[in-house]
Design a protein around this ligand. Structure first.
Ligand code: NAI
Length: 407
């Protein structure tokens, strides 16, 4: 067995370059990359004759350059999954299933499988593909990516524009998993000093806190009454939020908090107090960047982290734009975001008029059927990551079985 900690990064995008590069700077980590998408593996490994560069922009305005190189980049899971201690999925949620399926035969006992970020339903999907093997593994879900980052040149140069200060992560440990290393501390070591990794109480709490909650209500609020005529500029996404959009987002967040309280009442001894309202989350996470904290709408409008971010739009003729309902704000954040939240609320017996209204509009735009009236019984629930899709139909079943929810 290798003495080094073997860290496998899955993906070939912005975040995957950062993680694979940062992990490779540690002398006691072997950093491997698996990318299944298109010709990314060939293109990236073709550039490994020399080091890759990570340009880090610090809070003080200075920049630092890190030269680094993962040990291998491949599209063949056989070459990199056996012996991997930590497997990070750093791809959009719709691509997770493909990785789980490809890696499942090669994953060994005591592997830690990390969603960076996990997005709602990460654990259900992982357990589904790993089957019995999952009982000897541990799943970690991060609530977001640690960095704001972007590729400058594929395989060669990536830029970290900023680090989050803290980042929540939940742990779901298989009862047959015998790990000797502490899970959260090891994650911290792999990521580096920043952000500070904060343990969230359990995987359902992190799901109800997922930031996929933000995009669908803003899309609905902005475009439900749109007359179909192209716009001559792209509207601001977060900083353009109005009272109605803020009400929808706040309403969904209230429903998630209410769901967590209902779960606490029904499951003895479970603490869900990490689930907080999105307005409180903004005040905690972006405290230095928000100038007006008087309400949710103003906090989002005056959040500097959102400067210049616009609605996803398609240009239909030069200088004319229409909304892009196929962008991840809908295509990902509904089936792998607010629909799983709705599924958990349904198991907890909580009614969710705001979620229902937003999902009903989104499913129309996505040409899918998730809910019928207020029940998660549409024909496309099996294309989501709601617990019901995996045969979980009782609240208690979320917290028992082969996993320790709060190890
Ligand atoms: P990205 O957009 O760079 O990821 C693209 C990568 O995903 C591709 O290079 C490919 O490896 C994979 N991929 C794309 N389409 C695929 C397909 N059809 N089949 C299989 N694989 C496919 O993503 P990024 O920026 O690395 O972000 C990863 C996750 O983190 C996303 O969910 C994103 O929303 C989230 N995030 C990203 C932030 C950032 O600053 N980049 C900030 C906060 C969250």
């Amino acid at each position: 067995m290798s003495e080094k900690l073997v860290v496998l990064t899955c993906g070939g995008g912005n975040g995957a370059h950062c993680l694979a590069g940062l992990a490779a700077t540690r002398p006691d980590i072997e950093s491997r990359v698996l990318t299944l998408y298109s010709d990314e593996a060939e293109r990236w490994s073709g550039k490994m004759g020399s080091n890759m560069l990570i340009t880090v922009h610090g809070d003080d305005g200075g920049t630092k350059q890190i030269e680094t190189k993962p040990s291998i980049v491949t599209k063949d899971p056989k070459q990199v999954v056996p012996g991997a201690d930590y497997i990070f999925l750093v791809v959009p949620a719709f691509a997770h299933a493909q990785y789980f399926e490809a890696m499942a035969p090669y994953i060994g006992n005591n592997t830690v499988i990390v969603g960076l970020p996990g997005q709602a339903g990460f654990e259900f999907e992982c357990m589904h593909f790993l089957g019995d093997k999952g009982k000897a593994c541990t799943m970690v879900t991060f609530e977001s990516l640690p960095w704001a980052c972007r590729l400058i040149e594929f395989g060669k140069n990536v830029e970290i524009l900023g680090f989050k200060d803290t980042l929540g992560a939940s742990v779901l440990k298989g009862k047959q998993c015998n790990l000797t290393r502490p899970i959260i501390e090891t994650n911290q070591y792999i990521l580096g000093e920043k952000p500070k990794v904060r343990r969230v109480q359990n995987y359902i709490a992190v799901t109800l806190m997922a930031k996929s909650i933000v995009h669908p209500p803003i899309m609905y609020g902005r475009w439900a009454a749109w007359d179909g005529k192209p716009l001559s500029e792209k509207p601001l996404f977060y900083q353009g939020i109005d009272e109605r959009q803020a009400e929808l987002l706040s309403g969904i967040s209230d429903e998630c908090v209410e769901t967590s309280k209902a779960i606490e009442k029904k499951i003895k001894g479970l603490d869900m107090s990490d689930v907080i309202h999105v307005f409180d989350w903004y005040k905690n996470y972006y405290s230095d960047q928000i100038t007006d904290k008087s309400n949710l709408m103003m906090a989002m409008r005056t959040n500097k982290a959102y400067d210049g971010l616009v609605h996803p739009m398609k240009e239909v003729e030069p200088g004319k734009y229409v909304p892009d309902f196929t962008y991840r704000y809908m295509a990902e954040d509904v089936p792998e975001g607010i629909v799983p939240m709705k599924g958990i609320a349904e198991l907890a017996g909580v009614s969710t008029p705001y979620l229902d209204e937003v999902i009903t509009w989104c499913q129309g735009k996505l040409n899918k059927e998730y809910i019928i009236e207020s029940k998660l019984s549409g024909k496309d629930v099996n294309k989501t990551r709601a617990p019901q899709r995996y045969g979980i139909n009782a609240l208690e079943d979320l917290f028992r079985g082969n996993f320790e929810t709060t190890p």
